[in-house]
Design a binder for this molecule. Sequence first.
Ligand SMILES: C[S@@+](CC[C@H](N)C(=O)[O-])C[C@H]1O[C@@H](n2cnc3c(N)ncnc32)[C@H](O)[C@@H]1O
Length: 299
Amino acid sequence: MDDETSGTPHIPVMVEEVVNYMHLQSGQRILDCTVGAGGHAIKIMDKINPGGILIGIDKDAEILDIAGRYLEKTGNAFKLFHEDYANVDEVLRKAGIDKIDGVLVDLGVSSLQFDQPDRGFSFSKEGLLDMRMDRSRGVTARDLIKRLSEQELQTLFWKYGEERWSRRIAKAIWNERRKGNINSTRDLATIIGRVVPRGRCTIHPATRAFQALRIAVNKELESLEIFLNKIHNFMTVGACIVIISFHSLEDRIVKHTFIEKAKQNIFRIITKKPVIPKDTEMAANVRCRSAKLRVAERI
Ligand SMILES: C[S@@+](CC[C@H](N)C(=O)[O-])C[C@H]1O[C@@H](n2cnc3c(N)ncnc32)[C@H](O)[C@@H]1O
């Protein structure tokens, strides 16, 4: 489950583990599929230079700008692409690279995105119901809320949020929408808060529904599946792919694809069980609590 960590800069998760599992060496070509603000990328670049190159992808143009300015300070070689990592083949073609020596995918939302109210990711801040990582295209969360039927909304909350109160939430949205009462993140969070029993649950009642909307808006699971079905074509033998996920839907896709590719002698699974952050990291960074890291090697 994604956590909102309001007011904190984005702290890269499990950096030491990422660097160790990738067996980084100078001269390597490394692909960071979700470069974000460049937190992992800068550590990777430390290890692959001199002579290496980092290819960074992000679907969020604003974040990519931040990464560009941050990584420029290193003076090292990198190329950044505003793309969906599902289009990795197109990115590598543009970069003029046919094979890579390591891949990182750090899924989910950056704290920089959560913390900007106008992006609409946060239920604890008043903002537009946008939730698009790529603001240049696609439908917003508001569009989905306006267009989907009650049944479609229920399915969305169940499928992408595993929300047991999906029916109640869909009904409440349906009722309030007709009155024109859902215009902002706070409106939506309030409506959900009214119908989801708090019980003993420690998370905000809107957490799962917001996650579900975000996953649907950004077609997150589709991108992951498309990407996982082709990335091996671009990996050198011995190259490792490291994936950090933040909820069970993503982790399940990663786990099953790795198993499938291992049966086909494409990957060797390095982490039999997902690696989780050390206690010290969990204490220092709330956002990493739900992180799970899996690694496979191209054979
Ligand atoms: C958790 S953050 C990555 C943080 C980064 N590792 C760092 O250290 O700063 C996830 C990033 O992935 C991006 N993202 C999510 N899905 C994507 C996709 N399908 N294609 C490209 N970027 C994506 C988001 O815009 C966000 O910036």
